[in-house]
Design a protein around this ligand. Structure first.
Ligand SMILES: [Zn+2]
Length: 163
């Protein structure tokens, strides 16, 4: 009899996105993304962070204040990083991300050729950025769906004695 409590593909790829988010230095928001092709191969991962050469210790992580004193003009979102990090063409790929993409990332998603989005939370639903995202994704024929999973948490052990 085969093992029954293995994780589904969707859970696995979302898990890779969530694990990638753990690399983020942002004190408030950690988002990861994972791009998968039609053969279920991972071809790109990313998390929110500063562009190459921009020091995590010198650039601001604030959310409030003068525009140039906040993180907003500098941080590259997880989705965009995953797209830019990808090793192959993204035509007909699926992007896994915990948070529904903002309008800027949605443009990059559409232009890259990604055809499906899978997310966990749509907490900014109804905001202007979200409305712009969905308007563009709908027009471009990019499908999106919330991950259906019975999993609430998944634990990884790094303890040698567990193996
Ligand atoms: Zn974004």
């Amino acid at each position: 009899m085969k093992r029954e409590d293995y994780i589904e593909w969707d859970e696995y790829f979302m898990g890779v996105a969530l694990l990638s988010a753990k690399r983020s230095k942002d004190p408030n928001t950690q988002v990861g993304a994972c791009i998968v092709n039609e053969e279920r191969r991972i071809i790109g991962v990313g998390y929110n962070g500063l562009p190459k050469g921009c020091s995590d210790d010198e650039f601001p992580w604030e959310r409030e204040g003068e525009f140039l004193d906040t993180k907003y003009p500098f941080v590259c979102h997880a989705e965009l990083n995953a797209i830019l990090n990808s090793t192959k063409t993204l035509k007909n790929c699926t992007l896994y991300v915990a948070l529904f993409p903002c309008h800027e990332c949605s443009k990059a998603i559409i232009q890259s050729g990604i055809k499906e989005l899978v997310y966990l939370s749509d907490k900014y639903c109804g905001t202007k950025s979200d409305m712009a995202s969905k308007r563009m994704l709908d027009a471009a024929g990019v499908k999106y769906r919330k991950l259906e999973s019975k999993l609430e948490k998944l634990e990884l052990s790094f303890k040698a004695s567990d193996y």
